[in-house]
Design a binder for this molecule. Structure first.
Ligand SMILES: NC(=O)c1ccc[n+]([C@@H]2O[C@H](COP(=O)([O-])OP(=O)(O)OC[C@H]3O[C@@H](n4cnc5c(N)ncnc54)[C@H](O)[C@@H]3O)[C@@H](O)[C@H]2O)c1
Ligand SMILES: [Fe+2]
Length: 391
C-alpha cells in the first residue's frame, strides 16, 4: 500500500513572522476572532502585509468551535473581497473556521460533512492558506482536518481532505505569549492527546510514530514550565513545536476514542476541546490496552520513553495513564468531569446525547479496540467520578 506524509512548510522561532516577506500575493483575507483582534495580533500581521503593498481585510467573527454558518459567512466575505491568500490567526477554532471557509470559497454549495479525504476540491484555484497559531495545542496549522459544528444540533464533526494542509505554518512564540494559564494547560493536553492517539490508531505508521514520540517527550518536559511561567518564551516555543509535531503525527495517522468522547462533550456540555479530550485520554488508554496485547505494547513503548516499566505490558500501559494524570494534576488540570465543574444534574441531562454523538464521531473508527454505546456510557460515568477503567 502507498502512503503519503503531508505537512506544510513550517517556519518557527523568534522572528518567524518575517517569512511573510517571502509570500507573493495581492489580497490578504485575515480570519481571526475578537480576542485576537483586541490583543493586536491580527493588526500586527496586517501592518506587516500593508507595508509589503498587500490589500488586507480582517474578518474577526470566528467563535469557539465554529459553526458551519460561520464558515459560510466568512466564505461570502472572501468572495466579495476576491482574496488570493487567506491568513488564519488564532487558535484551532479560528484556523478551522478559515479552512472550512476556504473550502466553501471554492465550492459554495459543498456539504462539509460529506467531504472525503480524497475528493478533489480545488481550493488552491481560489486562494492559498497561511496559519499562524495563537494556542499551542490543536496543530490545525499543519493538519488536513477541520472540526466544525452543525448549526441545528450543535454536534461537532471532523472532516479530512489532503488539500486542506496549509501552504505555510508560522510558529511565532510571541503569538502564544498572552495565552492564559488554564488555556495553556488545556491546549497543551490536546497536543499530548493527538500524539498518544496517533501512536495507537489503526493508521499509525513510522513517520507519524516519530513525530508522536518527540511530541510526547516535549509535552512532558515543557508543558509544566509553560504553565508555571507564562512568560517563559523558550517553553512557549517548545510547546508550539510539540503541538505542531503532534498535529503532523495525527494528521498522517488519526486520532481515536479520546477525541470521540471529547468532541461529544464539547458539543453537549460546551467543554473546551483540550479539556475534554485531555480528560478522556487516560481512561481511553486503560480501555484500549485491556486484553489487547498489541495496543498495550504501543503504550508501553511510550511509557518506556518516560522510564516507566512494569511486569506486564497492560500494567505498564496503566502506569502510563497514571503518569498522564500526574502531569495533569501538576498543571492544575481536572482529572474527572466532576472536577471540571460539571454538576451531577448537568451530567445526567447530557449523557444520552453525548453517547449518541460519540458513536457518530468519525474518530471512533480508528480506535484500536471495539467499543459500543454501552461501554461509551460506562466510560463517561467513570470519567465523571474519576474511577479507573476496569472493563
Ligand atoms: N483541525 C484540527 O486539526 C483540529 C485539531 C484539534 C482541535 N481542533 C479544534 O480546535 C478548536 C479548539 O481550538 P483551541 O484549543 O486552540 O482553542 P480556541 O481556538 O477555541 O480558543 C480558545 C479561546 O482562547 C482565546 N485565545 C486564543 N489564542 C489566544 C492568545 N494567544 N491569547 C489570549 N487568548 C487566546 C480564543 O479567543 C478563545 O476565546 C476546537 O473546535 C477543536 O475541535 C481542530
Ligand atoms: Fe484535538
Amino acid at each position: 500500500m502507498v502512503w503519503w506524509f503531508l505537512v506544510p512548510k513550517v517556519v518557527f522561532g523568534e522572528d518567524a513572522l518575517d517569512e511573510l516577506e517571502q509570500i507573493e500575493g495581492k489580497k490578504a483575507f485575515i480570519v481571526t476572532d475578537k480576542v485576537i483582534a483586541e490583543i493586536g495580533l491580527a493588526e500586527k500581521v496586517q501592518t506587516k502585509l500593508q507595508a509589503l503593498n498587500w490589500d488586507v481585510r480582517i474578518w474577526n467573527n470566528a467563535e469557539a468551535d465554529p459553526k458551519v454558518s460561520t464558515a459560510k459567512s466568512a466564505a461570502k466575505e472572501m468572495r466579495s473581497f476576491g482574496a488570493d491568500w487567506i491568513f488564519a490567526i488564532g487558535g484551532g477554532s479560528v484556523m478551522d473556521a478559515a479552512k472550512a471557509a476556504w473550502v466553501l470559497y471554492a465550492n459554495p454549495d459543498m456539504n462539509l460533512e460529506a467531504l472525503t479525504p480524497f475528493d478533489s476540491i480545488g481550493v488552491r484555484e481560489k486562494a492559498k492558506l497561511v496559519c499562524i497559531p495563537t494556542t499551542a495545542g490543536t496543530g490545525s496549522e499543519t493538519t488536513k482536518a477541520i472540526v466544525v459544528r452543525e448549526d441545528e444540533s450543535g454536534r461537532k464533526f471532523a472532516t479530512i481532505n489532503s488539500e486542506l494542509v496549509a501552504d505555510l505554518a508560522i510558529l511565532e512564540p510571541e503569538f502564544v505569549k498572552g495565552l492564559p494559564r488554564d488555556l495553556t494547560a488545556y491546549t497543551g493536553m490536546d497536543a499530548l492527546t493527538h500524539a498518544v492517539e496517533a501512536y495507537v490508531s489503526m493508521w499509525k505508521n513510522d513517520f507519524s510514530d516519530a513525530c508522536a514520540r518527540q511530541a510526547i517527550r516535549m509535552v512532558f518536559q515543557w508543558l509544566p514550565k509553560s504553565v508555571d511561567n507564562l512568560e517563559d518564551l523558550e517553553a512557549r516555543e517548545k510547546m508550539l513545536v510539540a503541538a505542531n509535531l503532534a498535529g503532523m503525527a495525527f494528521s498522517n495517522s488519526q486520532v481515536c476514542l479520546a477525541h470521540s468522547l471529547g468532541h461529544s462533550m464539547g458539543s453537549v456540555l460546551r467543554t473546551q476541546h483540550g479539556l475534554a479530550v485531555g480528560l478522556a485520554l487516560p481512561y481511553t488508554i486503560e480501555y484500549s490496552a485491556h486484553d489487547n496485547p498489541e495496543t498495550a505494547t504501543h503504550y508501553s513503548d511510550l511509557a518506556g520513553m518516560l522510564g516507566i516499566v512494569e511486569k506486564s505490558e497492560e500494567g505498564t500501559a496503566r502506569l502510563f495513564a497514571e503518569s498522564i494524570r500526574n502531569l495533569q494534576k501538576s498543571i492544575g488540570f481536572p482529572t474527572s468531569i466532576k472536577e471540571a465543574g460539571v454538576t451531577e444534574e448537568e451530567f445526567e441531562k447530557a449523557l444520552d446525547k453525548m453517547v449518541e454523538f460519540a458513536m457518530m464521531d468519525s474518530s471512533i473508527t480508528m480506535t484500536p479496540r471495539n467499543i459500543g454505546s454501552g461501554e461509551i456510557r460506562r466510560m463517561y460515568e467513570y470519567m465523571f467520578d474519576g474511577k479507573r477503567i476496569d472493563f
